[in-house]
Design a protein around this ligand. Structure first.
Ligand code: GFB
Length: 444
């Protein structure tokens, strides 16, 4: 009897699965010049609810802008999950690599690095379902170890808007005419190109979109009844839906770092800066969702500085102070706060750092020098995060005007619970005229 019941149940499930149309007819027309609309059969044969969103960013962009694009995308996917419930949405984390600022040459290639090297994946997953690229490659159907995405949308700005200064929402498919396009056709319905350096990934279709507007407007391009995997190239073009809101900060708070990076930074704080979370009132729950609004963090007995040099000396020279001027501003603040320790996170040369130290001989001026183990394991990206963590736990922080590296430290300090006046400060070109960078306070 029980056996019979089971059979009836299986048969009913079979009927439900096989009789429900997964593809709507409106998507079943002829393929266009970029190969779209050929995916119906694949989707029908899969019966899977999994839908994957992948993205890539303009190659010259740095690590900390990329972190911001992740937040936009994570919030987008989170909202998608609420609205498109019949699918199981997953955000595929684009591996890190080939960043212009990662200059250490003796530690091997810094390419295709997983997010787990820098971030705590279970924390990210408490905000939105994310998977690493290698996991996607394992679980997504492939043929002879070749993975074919369903479509790549290449976002581009509408140059006309930038010429006229009149900006309007736009999401329009245009011809892919750009000679610098990173994707090219190798055969019918097969495009190759820059897929994070993986040579076993291609796409069935490529489409170019002139896009202006909030990232949520990309929902109309997903067509989950047609595509299982959608990649957006140049995702930095899509804007935040909710910049600075509670939702933004939730996604931001989920970006806890790899615990080993915290351990290294905490050990450094303890040994060199006499700073511990218990003493500094900077203790936090392990789980970011349990974190509460507070403003009483004291921080370690040191002033921290993010001193951005290198390309900023060229691109942002009107705002970048000389080392001498920086030293004089720091001396004033150290004296005002009666602090003797200065921690410097910087991309400055050894010569510039020594010059700074030379002006501040009455103080202990320190920078984090990674061991071979740390540099080899966590690469330039991990060392930069350790610098950011140490800066974020100081009693007072001074950053560099308009550096996203500085912005991320300020956000971490907002989360830890420092009074804002100890956080939103930056070095001035000279003390006479010094514009504010704004205060992006946390919303709980
Ligand atoms: O992160 P990021 O986009 O910040 O780029 P900006 C700067 C990179 O330089 C960091 C290194 O990701 C690090 O690799 N770096 C900078 C540092 N400061 C430090 C530091 O204190 N410690 C360590 N360890 N590394 C943008 C660039 O930089 O500035 C754009 O991304 C462009 O490409 C623009 O150049 C002008 O926002 O500061």
């Amino acid at each position: 009897m029980f056996d019979l019941l089971l059979r009836v149940l299986y048969f009913t499930l079979f009927l439900i699965n096989f009789t429900q149309p997964i593809v709507e007819n409106e998507f079943c027309d002829k393929p266009d010049e970029y190969g779209e609309n050929n995916n119906k059969c694949n989707i029908q044969s899969s019966y899977s609810r999994n839908r994957y969103i992948l993205y890539e960013i303009n190659p010259p962009e740095g690590f900390n802008l990329r972190r911001d694009v992740f937040i936009r995308t994570a919030v987008f996917v989170k909202n998608l999950i609420k609205k498109e419930k019949e699918f199981r949405w997953q955000l595929v984390l684009p591996p890190w690599g080939n960043l212009y600022h990662w200059q250490s040459k003796h530690i091997g290639l810094q390419t295709q690095l997983p997010w787990s090297l820098f971030f705590d994946i279970p924390s990210l997953q408490k905000y939105v379902p994310v998977i690493e690229m290698y996991q996607f490659l394992q679980e997504y159907p492939s043929e002879n170890k070749q993975t074919q995405l369903d479509i790549v949308y290449i976002l581009k700005n509408d140059e006309e808007m930038f010429k006229t200064g009149i900006f309007k929402d736009k999401n329009e498919i245009v011809k892919c005419t750009d000679k610098l396009l990173q994707f090219y056709k190798i055969e019918s319905k097969k495009y190759s190109g820059h897929f994070w350096g993986f040579h076993n990934i291609t796409s069935k279709a490529i489409k170019c979109i002139e896009f202006h507007g909030m990232i949520s407007h990309l929902r109309q391009n997903l067509k989950p009844n047609v595509y299982r995997s959608v990649m957006f190239d140049h995702m930095e073009i899509a804007l935040h839906d909710f910049y600075g809101t509670q939702e933004y900060w939730k996604a931001r708070r989920s970006m806890r770092y790899n615990s080993e990076l915290y351990n290294i930074a905490n050990e450094y704080r303890k040994v060199f800066l006499n700073s511990t979370n218990e003493r500094d009132r900077t203790e936090r729950p392990d789980d970011w969702t349990k974190e509460k609004n507070k403003r009483n963090a004291v921080g370690g007995p040191y002033l921290s500085l993010h001193l951005r040099r290198r390309d900023f000396l060229v691109g942002r020279s009107p705002r970048v102070p000389s080392i001498k001027s920086a030293a004089s501003q720091l001396k004033n603040k150290l004296d005002e706060l009666r602090l003797k320790f200065l921690f410097v996170a910087t991309d400055a040369t050894e010569k510039e750092f020594n010059e700074l130290k030379g002006y501040l001989t009455d103080y202990t001026v320190l920078r984090f020098i990674p061991s071979h183990y740390v540099l080899n394991k966590f690469k330039d990206g991990g060392v930069a995060i350790i610098d950011q963590i140490i800066c974020s736990y100081a009693r007072y922080f001074i950053g560099t005007h308009e550096s996203t590296f500085t912005f991320r430290i300020q956000e971490d300090r907002e989360i830890i619970g420092f009074p804002t006046k100890t956080t939103f400060n930056h070095l001035c070109k000279d003390t006479k005229k010094c514009d504010s960078n704004g205060q992006w306070e946390i919303v709980w």
